[in-house]
Design a protein around this ligand. Structure first.
Ligand SMILES: Nc1ncnc2c1ncn2[C@@H]1O[C@H](COP(=O)(O)OP(=O)(O)OP(=O)(O)O)[C@@H](O)[C@H]1O
Ligand SMILES: [Mg+2]
Ligand SMILES: [Zn+2]
Length: 294
């Protein structure tokens, strides 16, 4: 039997290791966007138990709900500015009016969504005042529901819906099946129709809107509608209003034009700054410097 010099074996191993030492020092562990699933999109419920709780008979791998919530938010059409907004972070304190009941209703809609769904009741958020936060709250509700229940929601303006429908009609004539594109409005578990009644809808549009509302009504899918009109004053078909009345709880948002109040504060701040100087010099930084595209 050959004899080994153990000291030499160890030394050889050390020399080998020295060769890789530099690479090891430079190695940076990957940075994951999602710490829960390490960006695989899946979670193993029993990662440390190779025999699994069910003896390997039932799959214990699930979609990573954290990633899925982000993906769902990403494809829901939420306004970019409000994409991370959560109902918990909604600034109710901005309003001068007492909004306790309003807050309670909105929070209940998010936290007891299943109950509202079973009852088939959505929300109709209206205020005559422009910029009172209707769109903002609808985004917050939508985002929270997306994250909390991992369900697909859709946020859209009426015009987007009608544009998509129009495209699908044009498409059919050319033999292209674009109808799939409009199913998202019909099939989403929760649909937000933003600013209903703001732009004029022609008769064709009113018919299409009726089809949408009617199908969602029949299938018990919820809607959140925001508008500057009281429900009964909406400039759409009477039967559509009737269905909206039945499937949505009307909530009157404070008649406080937060947008113009914010604008005023901003402009006042700027004017204060302007008035605080007697003379002006050119800014030292040239605007758009280095952004030329040659
Ligand atoms: N509660 C609030 N706290 C702080 N800012 C708010 C609040 N509500 C609304 N805003 C701000 O006011 C602006 C207008 O809000 P939003 O678009 O939601 O109003 P709106 O009621 O949908 O308006 P419109 O009637 O024109 O559709 C936004 O820039 C938003 O950031
Ligand atoms: Mg709005
Ligand atoms: Zn994940």
């Amino acid at each position: 039997m050959a004899k080994f010099d153990m000291a030499e074996v160890v030394e050889a191993f050390r020399r080998e290791w020295e060769k890789h030492k530099m690479q090891v020092e430079q190695y940076k562990p990957p940075v994951y966007k999602c710490q829960n699933c390490k960006d695989t999109g899946f979670l193993d419920l029993y990662p440390s138990d190779p025999r699994r709780a069910s003896g390997g008979k039932v799959g214990t791998v699930m979609y990573c709900p954290y990633c899925r919530a982000n993906t769902l938010r990403g494809i829901s059409g939420l306004i970019a500015e409000y994409r991370q907004l959560d109902i918990k972070k909604f600034p109710w304190e901005t309003y001068e009016r007492d909004v306790t009941k309003l807050k309670q209703t909105v929070e209940s809609f998010v936290y007891d969504f299943q109950r509202w769904k079973d009852e088939g009741v959505g929300l109709y958020i209206y205020s005559e005042a422009r910029g009172s936060g209707k769109t903002m709250v609808a985004n917050a509700i939508c985002g929270s529901i997306c994250t909390k229940y991992n369900i697909p929601v859709r946020f859209s303006k009426v015009e987007d819906f009608l544009d998509d429908i129009k495209k699908s009609y044009d498409g059919k004539e050319k033999g292209i099946l674009t109808g799939v594109n409009v199913r998202k409005y019909f099939d989403a578990e929760l649909l937000v129709i933003d600013d209903l009644g703001v732009s004029k809808i022609n008769d064709w549009g009113k018919d299409r809107l009726h089809e949408l509302i009617n199908e969602r009504y029949k299938t018990g899918r919820l809607c959140i509608i925001t508008s500057n009109f009281r429900p009964e004053q909406l400039p759409i078909h009477a039967p559509t209003i009737d269905r909206i009345n039945d499937m949505c709880l009307a909530i009157h948002f404070p008649e406080e034009p937060i947008r113009s109040q914010k604008t005023l504060t901003r402009k006042n701040r700027l004017m204060q700054y302007v008035r605080s100087y007697d003379t002006f010099t050119d800014c030292d930084k040239a605007p758009f410097k280095g952004e030329t595209h040659e």
